[in-house]
Design a protein around this ligand. Sequence first.
Ligand code: ZN
Ligand code: MN
Length: 133
Amino acid sequence: MKTVKYSRQREAIREFLMGNTSHPTADEVYAAIRRQFPSISLGTVYRNLNLLSESGEIKKLSYTTGPDHFDYDTSRHYHFVCRECGRVYDMPLESIEAVNRAAEEYAPGAVDSHELVFYGVCNACLGRGTISA
Ligand code: ZN
Ligand code: MN
């Protein structure tokens, strides 16, 4: 495994993501981290986000043709993606293990997990109140 040198900037990025449930994009992370490190470049933010996702510390979500989103929560959970604004929301829905069993019938092997993404239009875009995430 590649050893990654400790970096204060990467630590700040990790801290920003921890507990941030809004699945920020690289641009959003950059805007927040710049307040602490005014000279940081967008490229450095991208590189660190990629390092963190390659090492499995965060998850990169590539659900749309728009920018990737980043999730500090690497546990298995579902997401809802808004087609209008591109926001990614957590879905507090229990893992549907029956999906694995149904897929097992057609899979060329043993199924042990699955990914499921829900698409639609979020309440904020529908004008039904404020953003909850
Ligand atoms: Zn929306
Ligand atoms: Mn999530």
